[in-house]
Ligand binder design. Sequence first.
Ligand code: DAH
Length: 351
Amino acid sequence: MSTEADAGDLTVDAQGVLERFEHDVTAVASLEDAEELHAAYLGRKRGAVTALFQALRDLDGDAKRAAGAAANQVRQTITARISDVETGLKDSARRSREAAEAVDPTLPGLPDPLGGLHPITQTLLEIQNVFVSMGYAVVDGPEVETDWYNFGALNFPDDHPARDEQDTMMLAGDLLLRTHTSPVQIRHMEENEPPLAIIVPGRVFRRDTPDATHNPMFVQCEGLVVDTDITMADLKGTLDHFAKALFGPETSTRFRPGYFPFTEPSAEVDATCPACKGSGCRVCKGSGWVELLGCGMVHPALFDNVGWDSTKVQGFAFGMGVDRIAQVRYGLSDIRAYYENDLRFLRQFTT
Ligand code: DAH
């Protein structure tokens, strides 16, 4: 049997539970603490509020109603307070996470250092552009060649000094590192039919001791035009245009007789020095002229070697050292700087 006094006790108990809760809640510092508090007051097994409801079983009538109302009131208050505390904790956790991850999208980005084209590549691209704009195709070929393509097919006599091991880097058997880009003339003619107009940029190799003007690896650009009715005048006009396009419209060219086994007649072409415009300076060693390239009319033996009728087609060819042209263009005294990869040197050429 329950009494009024019992109901009063329970009401007072509810008040006590609430007061204890108000004390405990101030110590909550984390979501785990809040969960723990929830279990201690509202948990089904050991919750203090749950205990208040269990105690109602022993009451009747008005006492039960009063105590029940008090327990309900306390449960509501505590439930709401715990949920407020949890929300507050979650909010502040989110705020500190956001502060840690904060990004200012208005800050300027960090610039990536930009690379640049190597001065030889820049010069080569300019050379290519001049010929591509005249309709030439750009072709390449292997750096490892056979004796036949590098020499024999190009009409080198067997005793020609360029075949000497002094100049050529020999590989196993019949193989060698090409000493010039001219073998691609043969390879291209074998695979194609006239008419044709090509340029062939590429690396070449020679057994040279490096010095201010020599490097065992350097870059050449070859040219070959084959058609019917090609004359030396076409060659001269083409190369004069090339020199003007590369060094400026005021540039002149001069053709000196030369010798190459694969051209007949052969010529060496000079251009007015782009550094001093012909008045004489350090770059042209006072002469006013710089060597531009070697050239000539394709020797009929080459057409025979690729099975073309040398009485029906003619052609001209030329070959230039790109390192050398870049050296003249930039007034560089020592070409070894091209291959040393010193960024202080290379950065001077970035645009
Ligand atoms: N192959 C020559 C050399 O390496 C350059 C050359 C000269 C190429 C005359 C040619 C040419 O096609 O006609 O020195």
